[in-house]
Write a protein that binds this ligand. Structure first.
Ligand SMILES: NC(=O)c1ccc[n+]([C@@H]2O[C@H](COP(=O)([O-])OP(=O)(O)OC[C@H]3O[C@@H](n4cnc5c(N)ncnc54)[C@H](OP(=O)(O)O)[C@@H]3O)[C@@H](O)[C@H]2O)c1
Length: 337
């Protein structure tokens, strides 16, 4: 392709075999099936990113059987731009397939100035969902989350707002994210009283961050709520990306990202050992890290990010080897502790 190349993207025709290999899992006690891998648009879909590449990543995802795309009001940068760019790509490529897609958004972090653009108030959540729908050019989202607990808002108000979204038909399902086990129990009690199920909890979980094992996994399992795990590759640490230094263009090389160079350095010894194990399993490190999460049936879907179609294909390749021998599990435990 040259700088003056006028060739447009070819019209998108999804792969006819897109449902042949992706496993789907039941999301808690609900009737919803989620793909083993879902795609998150936190990074790589903002106005400062390569949107041609972003479009290719979305096409690749759908072709691989990924039906669930996860967004939030503040994904970008700038805030809102990932939803806008997604809406534009949806119109170009995915409009005929809307009913094959499960699209989520969230509100909970700071989004606009003043007292109503952050937190967990009914005012913020209801307005934010309206804005997200406009940006994504949607009539409804399949799933809307409260993005993080807000200690300054009564939990009844926050969960009540989620309940209203479902009753208004603007969200088909609702969920919570980043709530700890105790906060989750409180939220689920209110959902039950209101008669609206909580579909899912979205929580960080990877080989390098296992906080959900201290109670949250049991709570969601006990109450029939699904669990979708974010940053399963620890933002790229659990891949081959940093084995030979910090490449240009990587997340750790971007000083504005949430992946600090210090953590690359600190985790490198573990990552190197894990990479050796992955080679013995004839998998990439990313594939082994993702398979390790899917061995737990309580995980409904693993929510990955990708900056290229190649990364996405590599990660989804994990489905070819999801089993771990007892020896492999012990060896991994020894490394990650
Ligand atoms: N609820 C919440 O509070 C919350 C918070 C964070 C994230 N999330 C959600 O979770 C999604 C995923 O989070 P994440 O992006 O941190 O996930 P991740 O899968 O842990 O990290 C994705 C990054 O890892 C690298 N990568 C991915 N696959 C690779 C492969 N096969 N080989 C080598 N490198 C690979 C890429 O980094 P490079 O960019 O360096 O290429 C990619 O951008 C987000 O998009 C968002 O939807 C939710």
């Amino acid at each position: 392709m040259q700088i003056n190349d006028h060739a447009p993207f070819d019209a998108y025709v999804p792969c006819a075999k897109r449902y042949d290999s992706m496993p789907f899992r039941k999301c808690g006690n609900s009737g919803i099936l989620l793909p083993a891998f879902s795609l998150g648009l936190w990074h790589n879909f903002g106005d400062f990113d390569n949107l041609g590449q972003a479009r290719k990543v979305l096409r690749t995802a759908f072709d691989l059987g990924i039906t669930h795309f996860d967004l939030a009001n503040n994904y970008g940068p700038p805030y809102g731009s990932a939803e806008e760019n997604f809406g534009s790509i949806l119109d170009k490529d995915f409009r005929p397939y809307r009913d094959e897609l499960f699209i989520s958004s969230k509100a909970g972090y700071d989004m606009w100035p003043g007292p109503y653009g952050n937190g967990g108030s009914r005012k913020y959540l209801m307005s934010s969902l309206e804005q997200s729908l406009k940006r994504m050019r949607l009539d409804y989202v399949d799933l809307f989350y409260h993005h993080r607990p807000d200690p300054d808002t009564p939990i009844e108000e926050t969960i009540g707002a989620l309940d209203s979204m479902v009753k208004q038909g603007k969200a088909l399902y609702v969920g919570i994210s980043n709530y700890n086990a105790e906060q989750t129990k409180q939220a689920l009690k209110i959902f039950k009283e209101l008669g609206t199920p909580c579909l899912i909890h979205q929580a960080r979980y990877s080989m390098l961050d296992r906080w959900v094992e201290d109670g949250l996994l049991d709570v969601v399992d006990d109450k029939g709520v699904g669990l979708i795990t974010f940053s399963p590759l620890a933002q790229g640490l659990l891949t081959n990306r940093y084995l030979n230094g910090v490449p240009k263009g990587s997340r750790a090389a971007n000083e504005n990202s949430y992946l600090a160079l210090d953590s690359v350095e600190a985790q490198l010894p573990k990552i190197q050992q894990l990479a050796q194990l992955a080679t013995q399993r004839e998998q990439s490190l990313a594939q082994m890290a993702l398979a390790w999460l899917l061995k737990d049936n309580r995980v409904s879907s693993v929510l990955i990010g990708a900056s290229s179609p190649e990364q996405l294909k590599d990660s989804v390749g994990a489905i070819n080897n999801l089993a771990f021998s007892a020896e492999e599990q012990q060896a991994i435990e020894k490394i990650i502790g």
